[in-house]
Write a protein that binds this ligand. Structure first.
Ligand SMILES: [Mg+2]
Length: 365
C-alpha cells in the first residue's frame, strides 16, 4: 500500500467533522498561541466542527489544559482534552472488574483518571490486579521498585506513553519512556500496552468521546502525531509550526508520512491538491499543480517552481518524489534537497509578519 500525500475533496473543514489536535507546536508554544491558530480554530468551530485536543502529557489535568486554551481564546471544554492517563485508565477499565485495585506508578493526573473510570489506585502491590505507569516528577526509587516486583510477578502493565524526555526550562529531562525502561530492564520485560501517541488507544478514546465519523489528526511531529494517525487509520495534517522541517519531511518513513501539509492551521480551510508520482529507472518525479520535481541518482532538481496558492506545491512534489525513491530502495541527498528547495518553498505574504516568533519554524530551516 502506498503511503503518500492525498488530495482532499473539499477543504479539510468540509471533509471532516472532528479535528484531533496536538497542542505544543500546533496550538501553542509554551505559554503563547501559535500564529493564526486561534482564528483558524474559531473558524473551524463556526463551520460546525468539533475540536479534540490529544496529548501524551499526563502531568497536567485536562481541566488545566482546557483553561490554558480558553485563556488564549481557543474554544475548549475540559472534556475536549484527552490525555494518555485517561487512555490508560480506559484501557484498564476494559480489562478489570469495577473497583479493582491498580498499582499506581505516577502522579495526580493518573490517580484522578483511574478513579473516574471506577478503578481504585493503590500503593500496595499485594492487592493490585494491574500496574499503570505514567510520568510524575515525584516518582522515586521505592515506587519504581514496587512496580518492578509487580510486573515481574506477571501483573498486566500499562504505560501511558514512552516519550523519552519531558521539556523543562533547563532543557530535556528524563520522561516516562526512560522510567518505564528502567522498570523493564530490572524486571526483564516490557509493558503489555502503551497508550500514548503514536499508539492508537489515545486516538480511539478521542474518536469515541467526540463521536467522530471522519476525524482529521493535526500535528507537528512525524513520529508521534502523524504516525499515530496512520496507526489509527485516520488522515493526518502536518503543520510546519513545530519541530518538522523540509529535511525531516522528505526523510519520513512510510508509517509516519502525513496525508496533507500546511504552513499552519489556516491550511484547514484549503482544498489540498493532487500530487502525481512517476517512477523512473534511476529515480522518481512528482508534479503538484504547476510544480514539478525530479530526483535523479539521489539529486533533487526543481523542473517547474510554481509555488501554488499556499507556497507549498514544490515541497509537496519533492516529498512525494523522495518517498517514492525511498520506497524503491534509492537514497536521496537530503542536504542537497534542502538546498535545491530553498527559494521554492514560500510562505504566503502574510506569514512574513510572524517570522521570528519562537517556535514558528520556516520550512527549510
Ligand atoms: Mg507537538
Amino acid at each position: 500500500m502506498s503511503s503518500t500525500l492525498s488530495a482532499s475533496t473539499g477543504s479539510l473543514l468540509d471533509d471532516h467533522d472532528v479535528l484531533l489536535l496536538d497542542l505544543d507546536g500546533v496550538v501553542y508554544v509554551g505559554p503563547d498561541a501559535v500564529p493564526h491558530a486561534v482564528d483558524a480554530l474559531r473558524g473551524a468551530v463556526a463551520t460546525g466542527l468539533r475540536l479534540g485536543y490529544i496529548t501524551n502529557n499526563a502531568s497536567r489535568t485536562p481541566g488545566t489544559v482546557a483553561a490554558h486554551l480558553r485563556d488564549l481564546g481557543v474554544p475548549a471544554a475540559d472534556e475536549d482534552v484527552v490525555n494518555s492517563a485517561q487512555a490508560a485508565a480506559a484501557h484498564l477499565a476494559g480489562l478489570l472488574d469495577p473497583g479493582a485495585a491498580v498499582l499506581l506508578v505516577g502522579g495526580t493526573g493518573l490517580r484522578v483518571a483511574l478513579t473516574e473510570v471506577g478503578l481504585r489506585p493503590t500503593d500496595d502491590r499485594s492487592e493490585a490486579q494491574a500496574v499503570v505507569q505514567g510520568f510524575s516528577p515525584d516518582l522515586g526509587w521505592a515506587q519504581l521498585s514496587e512496580a518492578t516486583h509487580a510486573v515481574r510477578s506477571g501483573l498486566p502493565w500499562v504505560a501511558t506513553n514512552l516519550d523519552a524526555t519531558v521539556p523543562t526550562p533547563g532543557g530535556p529531562a528524563p520522561g516516562n519512556g526512560l522510567l518505564v525502561d528502567l522498570v523493564a530492564r530490572a524486571a526483564g520485560r516490557g509493558p503489555d500496552v502503551v497508550c500514548g501517541k503514536p499508539e492508537r488507544a489515545l486516538f480511539d478514546a478521542a474518536v469515541a468521546r467526540l463521536h467522530a465519523r471522519s476525524a482529521l489528526v493535526v500535528g507537528d511531529r512525524l513520529d508521534t502525531d502523524l504516525q499515530g494517525a496512520r496507526t489509527a487509520g485516520l488522515p493526518g495534517l502536518l503543520v510546519l509550526t513545530g519541530v518538522t522541517g523540509t529535511a525531516e519531511l522528505l526523510a519520513a518513513a512510510p508509517r509516519e508520512r502525513p496525508h496533507f501539509v500546511s504552513h499552519d492551521l489556516r491550511g484547514l480551510a484549503d482544498v489540498h491538491p493532487v500530487v502525481e508520482v512517476s517512477r523512473r529507472s534511476d529515480g522518481a518525479g512528482a508534479t503538484c499543480r504547476g510544480a514539478q520535481v525530479e530526483i535523479e541518482s539521489g539529486a533533487v532538481v526543481v523542473r517547474a517552481g510554481a509555488p501554488g496558492p499556499d507556497g507549498l506545491d514544490v515541497l509537496r512534489a519533492a516529498a512525494a518524489a523522495a518517498w517514492a525513491c525511498a520506497d524503491d530502495g534509492r537514497g536521496v541527498d537530503l542536504g542537497g534537497a534542502v538546498a535545491a528547495l530553498t527559494g521554492h518553498v514560500e510562505r504566503p505574504v502574510e506569514h512574513a509578519a510572524v517570522d521570528g516568533v519562537p517556535g514558528h519554524v520556516a520550512p527549510g530551516l
